[in-house]
Write a protein that binds this ligand. Structure first.
Ligand code: ATP
Ligand code: MG
Length: 230
């Protein structure tokens, strides 16, 4: 899915003492089928930006277009159809795990969108994210940080998204786990033509996998281009 941000501004808690201009007049494009890395210091607006990609946040001003969907600050009835196509792995995986078992958490999306899932598909995503089938009956609350993140990723992949949005998806994984997870995203991108937007602090991942990079600084794009090793 191609993405266009046109004059996008986002203000948290407007007209209150906590008002904060988090995105300031953003203009950029992400082509369909690309692998884009978003980098920038803590607080620069990365998570705010990507939460616009499934309509969780809507721009205070400007327009975000995603694969033909237009998001403005008006309510949009098509948002459910958009969310079915956009898989988002949040920075804090706890935010997307809330059922009693891992299995229920992974099946939450398919149930919500009326998508039938076979046991084989379930076992396949569990395997893709490097987990064992036994984990399906466990409570997500009792898992380690890395296991929670893997479950959150599985719960997104089960819906076979066209756009995969990942907010620091390898945080909390050991170096081998980080590499395996990045290889998985890269494979989905290459073989299934999934558009990937990755927020990361790891420059090695940007250089190894991304074909476009956006640098955010204080809510503005300070640099965009092709990452090149110098
Ligand atoms: P990190 O690398 O630490 O995850 P980030 O680039 O993802 O940082 P954001 O979470 O997008 O940064 O936050 C951007 C700015 O918006 C920060 O200055 C943050 O303090 C502010 N902000 C975030 N959420 C709120 C909120 N609910 N109310 C007010 N300000 C907020
Ligand atoms: Mg963030």
């Amino acid at each position: 899915m191609d993405i266009t941000f046109k004059d996008v501004t986002y203000t948290y808690q407007p007209n209150t003492p906590f008002e904060h201009l988090a995105l300031n007049q953003l203009n950029f494009q992400i082509p369909k089928g690309s692998f884009t890395a978003i980098v920038g210091h803590t607080g620069s607006g990365k998570s705010t930006l990507i939460q616009h990609l499934n309509g969780l946040l809507r721009p205070s001003e400007g327009t975000v277009s995603i694969g033909g969907f237009e998001l403005t600050n008006e309510k949009n009835k098509q948002i459910k159809a958009l969310r079915k196509k956009v898989g988002m792995v949040f920075q804090y995986p706890e935010h997307q795990l809330f059922e009693e078992t891992v299995k229920k958490d992974i099946l939450f999306g398919p149930k919500n969108f009326d998508v039938a899932v076979s046991d084989d598909q379930l076992l396949k995503v569990i395997d893709m994210v490097g987990l064992e089938p036994e984990i399906l009956e466990r409570s997500p609350f009792d898992l380690s940080g890395g296991q929670k993140r893997r479950v959150a990723i599985a719960s997104i992949l089960i819906l076979e998204p066209e756009l995969l949005v990942l907010d620091e998806p390898t945080a909390g994984l050991d170096p081998l786990g980080q590499k395996q997870m990045m290889e998985l995203f890269s494979q989905l991108h290459r073989k299934q033509d999934i558009t990937v937007v990755l927020v990361t602090h790891q420059m090695e991942d940007v250089l190894a996998y991304a074909n476009q990079m956006l640098v955010l600084e204080n809510g503005r794009v300070s640099l965009k281009g092709k990452p090149i090793q110098v």
